[in-house]
Design a protein around this ligand. Structure first.
Ligand code: FES
Length: 158
């Protein structure tokens, strides 16, 4: 696989100023999803770039879900769960945090910018925090432009 081709990516990004990143957010059902719901109910404004996938607990998120999202065209991924001590399954969020640290190093190793992957705690009462988090994730992903790492024409097969 070819490594990052930053100048080419920057050209693509700058050539289309209307480009908007596609973000996939894996949210735990009990806290982060409820936080997103609260943001919606409270009519808080946040960028519409995010597609939410609700999971029972952040500990349920297999790192391959994140890789698959990026491979299938997401420009960025957010993983979010309950705050430490609040996980409904006791330690799922700690497990998620450990997995995410390794995943982030791995993604960096294969050339995927750290700005594309985010991990955050959001509780059910933090609608405003959720809205700000999405705005921040979108801003960070916009800095690095569209993800082209997994595009077919960006891979050397030989
Ligand atoms: Fe939310 Fe485990 S139930 S992180």
């Amino acid at each position: 696989m070819k490594q990052n081709n930053k100048p080419e990516k920057e050209k693509t990004h700058k050539a289309n100023p209307d480009w908007e990143p596609r973000i996939v957010a894996f949210l735990c059902n009990w806290c982060s999803y409820a936080g997103a719901d609260l943001a919606g109910i409270s009519r808080l404004q946040y960028p519409p770039n995010v597609r939410i996938i609700r999971v029972p607990c952040s500990g349920r998120i297999n790192p391959l879900f994140v890789v698959k999202a990026l491979a299938d065209g997401a420009d960025g991924v957010l993983v979010s769960g309950c705050h430490p001590g609040d996980c409904h399954y006791i330690s799922g969020n700690y497990s998620a945090r450990r997995k995410f640290v390794f995943l982030k190093h791995f993604l960096d190793y294969i050339g995927i910018e750290p700005e594309r992957t985010h991990f955050a705690w959001v509780s059910a009462s933090e609608g405003e925090r959720f809205a700000k988090l999405i705005a921040k994730v979108v801003r960070e992903v916009k800095k690095v432009g569209p993800a082209t790492h997994f595009k077919q024409d960006n891979c050397d097969v030989n």
